[in-house]
Design a protein around this ligand. Sequence first.
Ligand code: THG
Length: 262
Amino acid sequence: MIVIGELINGMYKDVRKAIANKETDVIQHLAEDQVKAGAKALDVNTGPFSKNPKDDMKWLVESIQKVTDVSLSIDSTKFDVIEEGLKLTKNRAIINSTNADDEKMSRIFELAKKYNTQVIGLTTDKSGIPNSKEKRLELAATIVAKAMDYGINAEDIFLDPIVLPVNVAQSQGIEVLESIREFRHLSDPAPNAIVGLSNASQGTKFRSLVNRTFLVMAVANGLTAAILDPLDKELMDAMIAAELILNKTIYCDSFLDAYRKR
Ligand code: THG
């Protein structure tokens, strides 16, 4: 599993405040803590309240790269904000994200070629988030086909079926899980399957329980990457145990200790 840390996102109040007041140490601690906890990449999102998302993205990427070399997932709906991030990344980045809209794919895949990045593809288009697994698969196939037109390898595409909060879209959990199960058949070699896990528990009680149960089920269905909170120890333990049971990691007497060296 490729763990992408979600915590550097202006959706979080502390991050929003840190961005507004340019509190570099707050961002750098979040970066270091997530990497220490097992994140292999960090999502970077200025949040919906940023007045200068381009400047804020620049400041975030520069601040983070002073303390860690992990890949950055540049998370924005705006092309100029994404490009600002990509210009500064030292290591191979991930664009978060395109969707299946033809014009959007063209612009994002051009950026992906220019900066040699990986790309997250959301299974949405102009008509919004699909309700069914069939529509999600159709949009996923569109994204994979277009990526191939651009000479982008399927392994560099992360298909995201879009997790919705269980409290308002309970019927969508199973559609998302079945989509993940089928994404791998879209090409050989297979594309990656990714989710923004914490979406599942937004507005619910017992968020951590909902997140880790969802994650285990998604891993069992073939999930290969997730944007999540790596500081949630029970979540990380559940993920490691799920991968062990699926024979994706090598067993040792104290596998949790070995993984986290604690
Ligand atoms: N897919 C892709 N990218 C994504 C998402 C996705 N990026 C953003 C998001 N979804 C994943 N990241 C988060 C980050 C935070 C929360 C949920 C998903 C979250 N935040 C608290 C909340 O809204 O309740 C913030 C509260 C606070 O201030 O502490 O839940 O799906 N490709």
